[in-house]
Design a protein around this ligand. Structure first.
Ligand code: NAP
Length: 240
């Protein structure tokens, strides 16, 4: 059966790879993002539909949801990133510090909260929500890590609320994953080597590694997995 999938931030990186994975099943896939050119190009490549939306803006999210098909089977809350990159230094400026923290909370928590809340009534029974967290949510990384931790905590509420309808909600928490715009121009050779050395499998994560887990969590095989955080990081961080 062909399903309808919404991937926020689906124009690049992990979101685009997830969209591609669902398209391989013949699913109808809608991708969102703020840059129309990036989104249109990805949509044409993938055979997906593009809807421009800043996920931090309640009015834009409300409008977006109105344009979506009446029933959505899978929502991937992937939009986000570390908004501290390029932000003014907040060390000696409390106003800048506050603005930086709110920026990461907006980008990584509220994008998911607004979208999930607006779409919940239209999610198909038996469907799935997948939130993209981060290794930083466990290991820490300033306001970005704190925001990803908040996302994972809130995910438990979503799982409890939607569970009676057979809808699962889980977090996929990637470690360092290449092939994305996440690090912009901030990834040095030295840092990359350190991140690879920290994995048990001695390789970087690829967007397809993350997309495969997102796809699995939304599959019939995963209907009894909910309220969880699944780490995908080559063993850079382990859980019991
Ligand atoms: N790459 C990694 O190593 C890594 C590790 C752990 C977690 N993650 C997480 O993985 C997710 C995907 O990131 P990525 O690595 O694939 O990087 P990416 O290529 O920068 O993808 C992020 C996507 O989100 C969109 N986006 C950002 N803010 C948005 C907003 N307010 N509204 C709508 N769309 C928004 C961006 O498009 P526009 O700019 O056009 O809006 C972009 O397409 C993020 O949540 C990130 O925190 C990444």
């Amino acid at each position: 059966m062909s399903r309808t999938i919404v991937v926020t931030g689906g124009g690049t990186g992990i979101g685009k790879a997830a969209a591609e994975r669902f398209r391989a099943d013949g699913d109808r896939v809608v991708i969102t993002g703020r840059r129309p050119d990036v989104l249109e190009k990805a949509a044409a490549e993938l055979g997906a539909e593009a809807l421009v939306c800043d996920g931090t803006d309640p009015e834009q999210v409300r409008r977006l949801v109105g344009e979506l098909p009446p029933e959505v089977h899978v929502l991937v809350n992937n939009a986000g990133g570390n908004t501290d990159f390029g932000a003014p230094d907040g060390e000696n400026d409390l106003a800048a510090l506050k603005s930086n923290w709110l920026g990461n909370f907006d980008a990584n928590v509220l994008t998911a909260v607004l979208m999930t809340t607006a779409l919940a009534p239209r999610l198909a029974n038996g469907g799935a929500v997948v939130q993209i967290g981060s290794i930083a949510g466990t290991r820490g990384a300033g306001s970005y890590g704190a925001a990803k931790a908040a996302l994972a905590t809130w995910n438990q509420d979503v799982a409890a609320e939607l569970g009676p309808r057979g809808i699962t909600s889980n977090v996929v928490a990637p470690g360092f994953t290449a092939g994305t715009e996440f690090f912009q121009d901030r990834m040095t050779v030295d840092r990359r080597e350190k991140l690879l050395a920290a994995t048990m499998v001695k390789r970087q994560g690829e967007v397809a590694d993350i997309a495969a887990v997102i796809h699995f969590l939304a599959s019939p095989a995963a209907r009894h997995i909910t309220g969880q955080t699944l780490h995908v990081n080559g063993g850079a961080l382990t859980t019991r």
